[in-house]
Design a protein around this ligand. Structure first.
Ligand code: ATP
Length: 476
């Protein structure tokens, strides 16, 4: 089972301390969300799982943390200043601002010119239904800011951007990482961090926001070896999501048609997740979870001082470095091709929450929500619960059990309700195990371990508890 729609997750997320609407006491801020006590743990666990898989478990990977604000030249030569935009239309009737590429063009063929379609086919505003839209025009998605105290709003020398992707920070550090870590191509550089896009139509909870977090990796390969490496990364990434519990029925690969490809891409395959299962048409269930692009040698060339145009003029007069690579073994110099798996932390969190959502009826006929998160992602691994909170010996023992577990796994102590309520609360937040301390425990030095997914209980000696839980967390 998985969540019937995103709304179900919005309310669970607020009720249980995962995600809150940001700035709520001031009426909120469109598309901004704050991650609560359980949300921050879930985000951190997703990032930790990605980093472990991407960096630690491989021998050809390095990590990086580059600045959010970079020299403006980076965005000039990456092409973002000129082309990082969405086509924007206004509805002349209700003044809605809309992304022209997201309107309903039922019956149109792929590759049709959207400006012509809007003009000729009387495309309707999804907000008010009127067919009175303006011509599409490009709207740059980069957030602008000024650097320094002396700057005025229109001082071009002070203009800077918040990064709209983490990738460029990797390209400009390619040589430094390669040389300091004595790397030979092929190798990759991974980075996790915040990105900012002034999205025209943010929405669908944490699916599309203006401030979000990305997990990106740039894998540098010899030209000619790019296609095989690309395919390998597509398969790897798909399997990573599945290994962390996303149902394969809710995942699919989407090959971007040529006319959809970014100007730098040779081939891009997206991993789609079934974010919208409530929609009538199956094709509309899906949207992008991550993209895996073959960016060719576009980026390293674009940031290099050497390449020249047909007249022999430097294409990039601002760069002081040539980012080509000398392959010692082959005695050849080239600009490596780049394979880029790029995922959103927040979109991944949404997919994991939706997929984990399960309902079960207990023997009293009540519906209970269970969040069947993969144990690596679960915000809390074990909750220790005293059966009687007015018995100091039981409370003391439960707290001691919690303290003993804490160095090796995230454990909490909770005595704020009856045992049924406490179990239900932990099920709903995805805690794989509850440990109950009762009267008997004081005598036999044993506790009850309850499984989130089966609700089965078993008696375990306190001395064996840590080992028992660790083994079961690994085998879940
Ligand atoms: P979309 O088509 O949904 O706007 P994109 O193709 O522009 O996404 P990329 O530039 O490939 O996205 O970014 C890589 C990943 O970063 C996306 O697959 C997504 O998970 C995440 N991402 C991109 N934009 C946003 C956003 N505004 N909010 C949340 N996550 C985002």
């Amino acid at each position: 089972m998985s969540a019937p729609n995103i709304e179900t997750i919005v309310s669970l997320a607020k009720r249980r301390g995962f995600v809150f609407p940001s700035s709520e006491i001031y009426g909120g801020l469109g598309s901004a969300w704050d991650y609560g006590p359980l949300g921050v743990e879930l985000c951190n666990n997703v990032k930790r799982a990605w980093w472990r898989w991407m960096v630690y478990e491989r021998d050809d990977m390095e990590g990086l943390d580059s600045s959010i604000i970079l020299n403006r030249s980076v965005w000039k030569h990456s092409g973002h200043e000129e082309t990082f935009s969405d086509p924007l239309v206004d509805c002349r009737e209700c003044n809605a601002r809309l992304r022209a590429d997201k309107l309903d063009y039922a019956g149109a063929a792929e590759g049709d010119d959207i400006a012509a379609l809007i003009r000729d086919k009387q495309i309707k505003c999804p907000k008010c239904g009127a067919a009175n839209l303006t011509e599409p025009r490009p709207f740059n998605l980069m957030f602008r800011t000024q650097l320094g105290a002396a700057s005025t709003e229109d001082d071009p020398n002070a203009l800077a951007y918040l990064r709209p992707e983490t990738a460029q920070g990797i390209f400009i550090n390619f040589h430094l990482v390669q040389q300091t870590m004595r790397r030979k191509v092929p190798f990759g550089i991974a980075q996790i961090g915040k990105s900012f896009r002034n999205e025209v139509t943010p929405g669908n909870f944490i699916f599309r926001t203006r401030e979000f977090e990305q997990m990106e990796m740039e894998y540098f390969v010899r030209p000619g070896e790019d296609e095989a490496a690309h395919q390998e990364w597509i398969d790897n990434c798909f399997n990573w999501y599945a290994s962390l519990g996303l149902s394969r029925d809710n995942l699919r690969l989407y090959e971007q048609p040529v006319e959809e490809l970014a100007h730098y891409a040779k081939r891009t395959v997206d991993i789609h997740y079934r974010f919208f299962p409530e929609r009538a048409e199956e094709e509309k269930h899906w949207d992008e979870l991550m993209g895996i692009a073959n960016r060719t040698d576009f980026d390293l060339r674009a940031h290099s001082k050497n390449p020249v145009d047909a007249e022999g003029k430097r294409i990039n007069p601002d760069s002081t470095e040539d980012l080509s690579y000398f392959d010692e073994a082959r005695k050849e110099r080239y600009y490596p091709y780049v394979i880029e798996p790029a995922a959103g932390v927040n979109r991944s969190v949404l997919a994991f929450l939706m997929d984990a959502y399960t309902e079960r009826t207990n023997d009293k006929g009540e519906t209970r929500v269970i969040l069947q998160l993969h144990p690596d992602l679960a915000p809390i691994k074990v909750a220790v619960l005293p059966l009687a909170k007015n018995k100091p010996e039981i409370v003391g023992m439960a707290k001691a059990v919690k303290r003993a577990l804490q160095p090796v796994m995230r454990a909490v102590y909770d005595d704020t309700g009856g045992i049924g309520k406490l179990y239900a609360r932990q099920d709903e937040t995805g805690t794989p195990f509850c440990v109950t301390v009762d009267h008997q425990s004081l005598e036999d030095e044993a506790v009850t371990v309850r499984d989130r997914d089966t609700w089965e209980q078993e008696r375990v000696k306190v001395a064996d508890l840590q080992q028992h839980l660790q083994t079961r967390l690994l085998s879940k």
